[in-house]
Design a protein. Sequence first.
Length: 669
Amino acid sequence: MKFTNQFITTISLCILTVVMIVLIGAGISFYHMGSLYQQRQVDTVLRLVDEGWQASKAQPDIIDAWLPNILEVNGIIDFTLLQDKVPVYHSARLDAAATAGDVFTMEYTAALNAEENLVARLVLRPPFYNIDHSFASLAGISGAIIVILVGSLIMLRWFRRQFRGAELLALRSEAILQDKPFLSFHDHRLEWPHQASQALDKLALALKDARKERSRFDSFMRANVFLDRKIGIGNRVFFDNRLEAALNDPACHGGALLLVEIQDLMKINYHFDYERGDELLTAASIYMGHFVRGTPGALQARYTGNTFAILLPNTVESEAQEAARQLMKVLRRLNWPEEMTDPAVFIGGVCFSFAEPIQQIQEEAELALRSAELQGGEGYFIYYKGVTEENMGKGTVRWRTLLTRVLAQQKIQLDRQGIYIAPHQAPIMYELLARIQDEQGRELSAGQFFPMAEKCGLLYELDRNILSQALARLAKTEPGVSLAVNLSATSLLQSQFYKWLLFELLQIPKVHLNKLVIDLSEAQVSRHFHDLIIPLRALKKLGCQLAVDHAGQDVVSTQYVKDYELDYLKLHPSLVRDIDTKPVNQMAVSSLIGNSAGGKTKVIAMGVETLGEWQCLSQLGVYAGQGYFFAYPELGAEGKKGGAASAHASANFTGLLSPTARPLKATGV
């Protein structure tokens, strides 16, 4: 019950109690006064009878002359004189017979002094019996009661209006207790007491600033760990993590690594100044950034002092050569000093495949860069390894045909992989992993066909098909286990897809919707931060859980953790890989976990493969983990398990792991 209702109820009960006490007390007093008055009348009649009986004893007619009138005046119905219990005189009103046996009568008995054993018995009505009880006669007391009630209603209404501010203050306090300190549906100036409202405003503002400062501090920590301070792009540690993650990610079957060296930088720093060299580096970084943004999933980093690295996913050698040519063309438009007639910019590249050693890829890229310097000419060289479109399965027309056929035949397969709080325990969540088969029957993961689906304009149909299958599985999921499905922010922002999704979710009981976890990529969340607020809040109100995966992949603000009220934050595998031997990654993960502390967001590590990684993550405060250390994905809708599908089997296999031999590399896709 609200405070105002409690207060008004208490006041109302007090007023009613007081009124009832006054009325009852007044009635008792009034009746007592009437009884005393009637007793005085009876005493007067008895005194007159006692005095007149002796004188009129010889002549009874004398007492009959005056006594009936006295009895009539005093309201006595029946009068009897008894001597030795024998009636010697009786007088009654004419209507005495009609009142015989009436319960509303009173009887008085008293001894007289005129003669011995002479007793008088009187029968009369109660006090105020003959008073008119009409509304007119009770107008005074009725008016008083009406005035009291009207005054009480006016007072209670005034109390309610006065305590409206306290009620609003209590409403905001309730929102704060529900961990929603910034949720408000009213003007804070209406709250009362004003000092308490101002104190809450001040504390809420301080909390908001603290959260922003925490997010900025988190970004600052990771920026100092993974960003180059001078240029503001990823450093060598950041690039090595991402390259290693790409090499060990079965969703990425290959890609290209380009090393861009500005060889004349040392000459510029020597003949001009370091500020001029820094300007040239920054401009080159900006040009390459524009080039990288044109390729989904691509990234750039500062490899060494005058060398940049560019990672292009799902790229074959012909595309890598074309990218090097375009990049060379862009960099030659830099604002070089006039003394530099022939700037020396060289590009070396190499394509890689899934599970190749990172040291080998970097050595081949550096060798290609040295070859570009030796051969001169256009200044770029690609280390050929036979990575062509045929063995990479590329080609837009081919992809459109394949994806259209898969969608028409409903042949998108959803595997599931468990997320565990600890080994040898039941999973708390399953993540659905989409797979399809190409023309040769090879299985392709979502990381391969989703970027091509976006290029072909089929991303909306893919997301809708996958979500339909996921919603159908909700009712069949084990009790207490959630089901996570990846969703593209591009599809969610489409009005048609958003309306369809809400319509489908409204038909599902909330008890099942509470088990649905919607996964979004951190890169897409950062890109569409403000546009996603409304649809994500709508999903939360329907009962769905929200998660952001690939967290820490890029150095971006994590303010979305608080604003979106995330349930789960999933770390990118590049942070998890060999974290037990990488203090830098441990610092970055600690920062992300600290930014989520104090809220309801739980941190999940993706791609856990060794016992050492999981022990380190557990010590840092990670809530749960997913990866081959716990279990392999369960294939197909029937739940057939590929390899060691349980945590027990995966634990047996992790004992054979070495730093150079991982289950991910050994199994393939």
